[in-house]
Write a protein that binds this ligand. Structure first.
Ligand code: COA
Length: 212
């Protein structure tokens, strides 16, 4: 996609286009700095619209593959987004994003491990989390911070998965490669590869046609 084909640049005056181009360059510079300051490892050819929110706690790993696109401006994606991309990794957590992944206003919060494969698309405002964020027991629920991570809570999203807008992918979820998750779904447990799954909780309603 050429820079002027992006919705940000369409239907604007020359001055606005020049400003957009300048702002885009600033977004890349600010994001590069964020990556450096937070110790995020990003492969080549990443691109951002807007600056992602990133928190990386000590001992954690956050890596982005090559060609990752992070959309943190509503005008840069067809359906819009309600907030910037948010990437958070708690102490000792792993947040690994593969090559050529597209995130639009997505939140990915890893306390133990979140792994996102290659060529995955997360639609607008998708949330991926491997933790409840607060203890289930009432005691300490408000004050004790995130519950300790458990390996069984790890989230894995396979290669070539497409997750529809505003879906939530919860702790322990595994989405098999090639699957499509309907907009507004809640993913719990395992979705087999090449499935179409929808609803809350998401259930398989079809199969993704094989590549021709
Ligand atoms: C999941 C999806 C791909 C299915 O599309 P499809 O293969 O054309 O399937 P259909 O529309 O024929 O729906 C199949 C069944 O699933 C149901 N369904 C489809 N999407 C659903 C959703 N998001 N939530 C709940 N049920 C859904 C339909 O009602 C239908 O049920 P029925 O068989 O009982 O009538 C599509 O509905 C969807 O959600 N796409 C994501 C769009 C999006 O968020 N894009 C982001 C833009 S970047």
């Amino acid at each position: 996609m050429g820079i002027n084909d992006n919705p940000i640049f369409v239907g604007r005056t020359l001055t606005e286009k020049l400003f957009d181009r300048f702002r885009l360059e600033v977004d890349q510079l600010r994001t590069r700095r964020r990556f450096r300051l937070t110790g995020v490892s990003a492969g080549p050819d990443w691109k951002v619209f807007g600056v992602p929110v990133i928190t990386r706690k000590p001992g954690s790993v956050v890596t982005l593959g090559s060609g990752v696109v992070l959309v943190s401006r509503p005008e840069a994606t067809a359906l819009g987004i309600s907030h910037r991309v948010i990437l958070r990794a708690g102490p000792e957590a792993r947040l690994v994003i593969g090559d050529n992944v597209g995130l639009s206003g997505s939140t990915i919060c890893a306390v133990t491990s979140v792994t996102i494969g290659n060529r995955v698309l997360l639609g607008p405002d998708v949330i991926v989390t491997d933790s409840d964020g607060h203890s289930i027991a009432a005691e300490g629920r408000r004050s004790a911070g995130f519950p300790a991570g458990e390996e069984s809570n790890a989230v894995v999203i396979g290669d070539d998965v497409f997750v529809g807008a505003r879906t939530m992918v919860m702790k322990g979820a595994h989405i098999g490669a090639g699957s499509v998750i309907g907009a507004g779904s809640l993913v719990l447990g395992t979705i087999p590869p090449n499935s179409i799954a929808v609803g809350s909780p998401a259930k398989v309603v079809g199969t993704v046609p094989p590549k021709s």
